[in-house]
Design a binder for this molecule. Structure first.
Ligand SMILES: Nc1ncnc2c1ncn2[C@@H]1O[C@H](COP(=O)(O)OP(=O)(O)OP(=O)(O)O)[C@@H](O)[C@H]1O
Ligand SMILES: [Mg+2]
Length: 320
C-alpha cells in the first residue's frame, strides 16, 4: 500500500490543481509498489498516468478549409530559459503564466486571468518567441495568424475572416498570435481607402473586446504608430521589447554558445562590437561561429571568432 504521506500528498496536489505534481506522486506510488513486489499494480498505475497525460497533450486542430494558409498551428518547444528579456518584460510574462495557472482561484472571486497581450518592439527582439514560450509553459497549442497575409489576400473580406478566426478562439482553447498585426494599418494592406482600413481595425478591436474565451490572445507589432488609446484599452497588458543592452547581450551569447564558450573569453570587445544588433542577429552570429568551429574540428569559440561572425552579420544587415 502507498504510504500515508503519499496519500496525503496526492490529495493535496489534486486540490491545488498541480497536475504535474499529482502525476509525479502517482508515479512514486507506482515505484513504491514495484519495490514491494506488487508489479501488476505498479504497471496499472503507470498505465493510468500515461493515458491521462496523453489526453492532456495539445491536439492539432484541423482548421476549416477556408482558413488554410492563414492560421498556422504548432506545438511549441521553446523553454522559458532560452529567452533573454528585460526585468520588466520577464516579470510580466511570469505574471501571465502565474495568473493562467491560478485562474480558478481568480474566477472564484469574479476575476479573470490576464490573457489579451500586446507586444510592441523592433524586429528580432523576441515577440514571436514569447508566444512560443507561453505556449510551451502553459501546454497550449500555438495558432499563428499572419495578419499581413490575411489583409493582402482577402481584401474586402478581412473582417469576415477575422470573425471566423475569433469563432475559433472561442471554440478551440489555445494561444492565438496575431503576428504583424499592424499590417492592418500599413500601406502593405493595399487599402487605399483609409475608411476601410479603419473599419477593419475597429472590427479587430471589437472582436478582441467581445472575446470571453479562456484562450490567450497575443498581438505583436513593430509599429506602434497606428496604435491609439482605444487599442491599448482592449489589452490586459502591454509589453515593450527592445534591442539588448550589454548585460542581456552577454546573457544571450552565454546561452547560445553554451559549452562552446571559450575559456578567458574577452567580453569587452564582443559587447562593444555587438552593440545595436538585435537578439536575432546576435543569436545568428553565435550559431555561425559554432558552425565554423565544428567544421574546423574545434569545440570552443573564442571572442575573436565571434566578433568575426558579428561583423559579418552586421555587414549583411547593412547590405555591405
Ligand atoms: N529576447 C530574445 N532572447 C533570446 N533569443 C531571441 C530573443 N529575441 C529573438 N531571439 C532569437 O531570434 C529569433 C527571432 O526572434 P523573434 O521571431 O521572436 O523576433 P520578433 O520580435 O518576433 O521579430 P519580428 O518583429 O521580425 O517578427 C528567435 O527565434 C530567437 O532565436
Ligand atoms: Mg515575430
Amino acid at each position: 500500500m502507498a504510504t500515508a504521506e503519499q496519500i496525503k500528498s496526492l490529495i493535496r496536489s489534486h486540490y491545488s490543481e498541480d497536475k504535474e505534481r499529482f502525476f509525479t506522486i502517482a508515479l512514486q506510488v507506482a515505484a513504491h509498489e514495484a519495490k514491494q513486489g506488487h508489479i501488476a499494480l505498479a504497471h496499472d498505475i503507470r498505465a493510468i498516468v500515461d493515458k491521462v497525460r496523453k489526453k492532456d497533450r495539445p491536439k492539432v486542430i484541423p482548421f476549416p478549409q477556408n482558413l488554410h494558409g492563414l492560421v498556422f498551428t504548432e506545438e511549441a518547444e521553446t523553454p522559458q530559459s532560452a529567452i533573454v528579456l528585460t526585468f520588466s518584460v520577464n516579470r510580466r510574462i511570469d505574471r501571465v503564466i502565474h495568473e493562467y495557472r491560478q485562474q480558478n482561484k481568480l474566477k472564484s472571486h469574479g476575476l479573470s486571468h490576464r490573457r489579451k497581450l500586446l507586444l510592441i518592439g523592433p524586429p528580432g527582439t523576441g515577440k514571436t518567441m514569447t508566444a512560443r514560450v507561453l505556449a510551451r509553459e502553459l501546454r497550449l497549442p500555438l495558432h499563428t495568424i499572419q495578419v499581413d497575409r490575411l489583409v493582402t489576400k482577402f481584401m474586402g473580406e478581412t473582417s469576415a475572416k477575422l470573425r471566423q478566426i475569433f469563432d475559433l478562439v472561442q471554440q478551440e482553447h489555445g494561444i492565438y498570435l496575431f503576428d504583424e498585426f499592424d499590417a492592418i494599418g500599413s500601406e502593405r494592406s493595399m487599402y487605399n481607402d483609409v475608411g476601410e482600413m479603419r473599419r477593419v481595425l475597429n472590427a479587430f478591436l471589437q472582436f478582441i473586446e467581445q472575446d470571453t474565451s479562456d484562450s490567450l490572445i497575443v498581438a505583436a507589432t513593430n509599429e506602434p504608430k497606428l496604435l491609439d488609446h482605444a487599442l491599448f484599452r482592449r489589452f490586459d497588458d502591454v509589453l515593450y521589447y527592445e534591442a539588448p543592452q550589454a548585460e542581456n547581450r552577454k546573457r544571450l551569447i552565454e546561452n547560445v554558445l553554451g559549452t562552446f564558450l571559450g575559456a578567458r573569453f574577452s567580453w569587452k570587445k564582443v559587447l562593444s562590437e555587438s552593440k545595436g544588433l538585435s537578439y536575432a542577429e546576435i543569436d545568428q552570429a553565435c550559431r555561425d561561429a559554432i558552425k565554423n568551429a565544428i567544421l574546423n574540428d574545434k569545440n570552443k569559440v573564442n571572442a575573436l571568432q565571434l566578433i568575426e561572425a558579428v561583423k559579418e552579420r552586421r555587414g549583411a544587415y547593412q547590405g555591405r
